[in-house]
Design a protein around this ligand. Structure first.
Ligand SMILES: [Zn+2]
Length: 349
């Protein structure tokens, strides 16, 4: 259990100050995907979905993992890796267009440097191992272009691992090629993301990986029974393996009464994961822009992030613990992954 004192300070003003002096990292958004498919231009403030660069700044988010999802129904085999490269190029064009607002982070050391210059650090992720087209050389290719996080599966299974949404999902895990992929990601220094992975794949990867892993956008199955959420056993194992869970804001994952989901449901999952996995294993993975126009009340878009910090204070989390949840925990994982890979200075093309 995590002992939490009665809150000493609460209210939006001290929370706002704490939020803006903390390192805030969100582990998952689909904003780049929406940008590339032309639904919006994330360099401009708009009210389309929940994330763009001006709103990230207003919400005090210092680093954002931009997931590159290749819709397997839209992109057939042979077209997927190409789309990833196209999205990476689009992100780099965004950085060139807005050099004072955003920069690509290639290693954990970049986070503080980019933040100190008043910019947002963008971390590139690929969501769904199907984008590798069954070819491990694509891991190297993506890494060289700047990808640092890979979500092993999406809702579809792939040549590496079984998804939690496959009919026989929970019972089957990593394939032999998947074991090789894990080893290769360990060597390269790619953070392995197990959101969407089957229960068996989750434990197979924990047994195989020499570095800590993340579940970038999931919640707790004890509070909401759903395969995308982690069981208490998984939360414990993740904590013991020094990994983190980014608690998702997606209403359907938070409560059965998802149409009535609020920020309090998100905080319930934060508290539960802290109690079971330990305070060092909790982070934020909003999935903003990934679930349409139905965010939980109180977290309508990324500008509302300070309300999340206010909620943590209100629930009695200490300032050091809040800082861990907001960003320090993920930064620690990324440092460990990079250190274990032993190639922190490797630069992309
Ligand atoms: Zn996802």
């Amino acid at each position: 259990m995590t002992a939490r004192a009665e809150p000493i300070v609460s209210g939006i003003r001290p929370a706002f100050a704490l939020h803006h002096r903390s390192l805030v990292i969100d582990l998952h958004t689909d904003a780049l995907y929406e940008h590339v498919r032309g639904r919006k231009d994330i360099t401009q403030r708009s009210d389309v979905l929940q994330v763009d660069i001006p709103r990230l700044k207003q919400g005090g988010v210092n680093a954002q993992v931009f997931a590159i999802w290749t819709n397997p129904d839209l992109f057939k085999p042979g077209k997927r890796a190409t789309f990833v490269l196209k999205a990476i190029d689009a992100f780099k064009r965004i950085c060139r267009r807005c050099p004072e607002d955003i920069a690509l982070a290639l290693g954990p050391g970049d986070i503080r440097t980019i933040r100190a210059s008043g910019r947002i650090a963008g971390i590139l992720g690929v969501e769904g191992g199907h984008a590798l087209e069954g070819d491990l050389a694509n891991l190297d290719r993506f890494y060289r272009r700047g990808v640092r996080v890979l979500t092993l599966t999406w809702n579809n299974s792939n040549p590496f691992a079984r998804s939690c949404m496959s009919r026989d999902g929970p019972r089957r895990g990593l394939t032999r090629l998947g074991h090789e992929a894990v080893k290769r990601m360990n060597r390269l220094g790619i953070v392995i993301d197990l959101s969407h992975a089957s229960d068996r794949a989750f434990s197979d990867v924990l047994d195989t990986s020499t570095a800590p892993v993340i579940c970038s956008h999931s919640a707790c199955r004890a509070l909401r029974r759903f395969p995308r959420n982690l069981t208490d056993e998984q939360l414990k194992a993740l904590g013991q393996a020094r990994g983190v869970i980014g608690i998702v804001f997606l209403p359907y994952f938070l409560t059965r009464a998802y149409r009535k989901a609020t920020i309090e449901h998100v905080l319930n999952h934060i508290e539960h994961s802290a109690d079971i996995a330990g305070i060092n294993a909790v982070a934020i993975g909003s999935d903003f822009d990934g679930f349409g126009d139905s965010p939980p009340k109180g977290l309508e878009d990324v500008t509302r992030m300070p309300a999340f910090t206010e909620g943590l204070l209100r629930r009695g989390f200490s300032e050091p613990d809040i800082k861990k949840i907001l960003g320090e925990n993920f930064l620690r994982v990324w440092k460990e992954v990079t250190r274990k890979a032993g190639n922190p200075s490797r630069l992309p093309d």
